[in-house]
Design a binder for this molecule. Structure first.
Ligand SMILES: Nc1ncnc2c1ncn2[C@@H]1O[C@H](COP(=O)(O)OP(=O)(O)OP(=O)(O)O)[C@@H](O)[C@H]1O
Length: 210
């Protein structure tokens, strides 16, 4: 059975549907890359799966609490050091060991630096290291490689591979080639919602605001 099954999902932004009738499955050990032009609804879909906004329709087989979501913003505590940030998250997710996360994302040399003094790419590495201390099986990643240099992209791809190898799964929105040859690709274009006048979904609630 699939680890995560999404059936007939419809997601919205600003009260208007952006994607409809979306179904896909993600198995343990699998990565799925979401593709589609700017504005198609990748972020909206990932936010919906992560439980940050309700779906308009459809079902998601897994609770948001089983997913680790990495958004555009890294969500760092700026006055805490790199280690302290990771320890904080480990306590939030009730996991213990931050060492593999430091190692995997090449943060050992920065462990005692305050997060606010890191470069953009270093901050991103720390934000992504958080995934490794969540202990959660499904990683939901929105443009994870923004600000990363080539070496850090490769490091991150390795971290994703490690996660898949231990039975995890990953859903990623990315415009770049991560070098994850094993990843499947889902093109979102066929699921673009029709404008309401062409028979798309719109309820009385939305109409009240037009
Ligand atoms: N606050 C908002 N109110 C209304 N519409 C919005 C709002 N935020 C985004 N949208 C619209 O919702 C649609 C989906 O946006 P979303 O950010 O999910 O796209 P995306 O595929 O992630 O794009 P990108 O590749 O540029 O990151 C876009 O057409 C966008 O303009």
């Amino acid at each position: 059975m699939a680890m995560l099954s999404v059936s007939n999902l419809a997601v919205s932004r600003g009260g208007l549907p952006v994607l409809e009738n979306l179904s896909f499955a993600l198995d343990a050990g699998q990565a799925l890359v979401l593709r589609g032009p700017n504005g198609i609804g990748k972020t909206t879909l990932l936010r919906t799966l992560a439980g940050l906004q309700p779906a308009l329709a459809g079902t998601v087989s897994m609770p948001a609490e089983s997913m680790a979501y990495a958004a555009h913003s890294d969500g760092l505590k700026s006055t805490l050091t790199v280690s302290e940030n990771l320890k904080f998250w480990a306590s939030v997710y009730a996991t213990q060991d931050i060492e593999p996360a430091l190692e995997r994302m090449n943060l050992r040399g920065l462990a005692n630096r305050a997060a606010m003094s890191l470069s953009a790419g270093q901050k991103r590495r720390l934000g992504l290291a958080r995934l490794l201390v969540t202990g959660r099986p499904v990683w939901v990643l929105d443009e994870p490689t923004v600000s990363l240099d080539t070496a850090s992209v490769a490091l991150f791809a390795q971290a994703v591979r490690g996660h898949l190898a231990t039975g995890g799964a990953a859903l990623l929105a990315t415009h770049i080639d991560l070098g994850l040859e094993e990843a499947k690709v889902l093109d979102l274009a066929p699921f673009k919602a029709l404008p309401p006048e062409e028979g798309g979904m719109m309820g009385a609630f939305d109409e009240a605001f037009l």
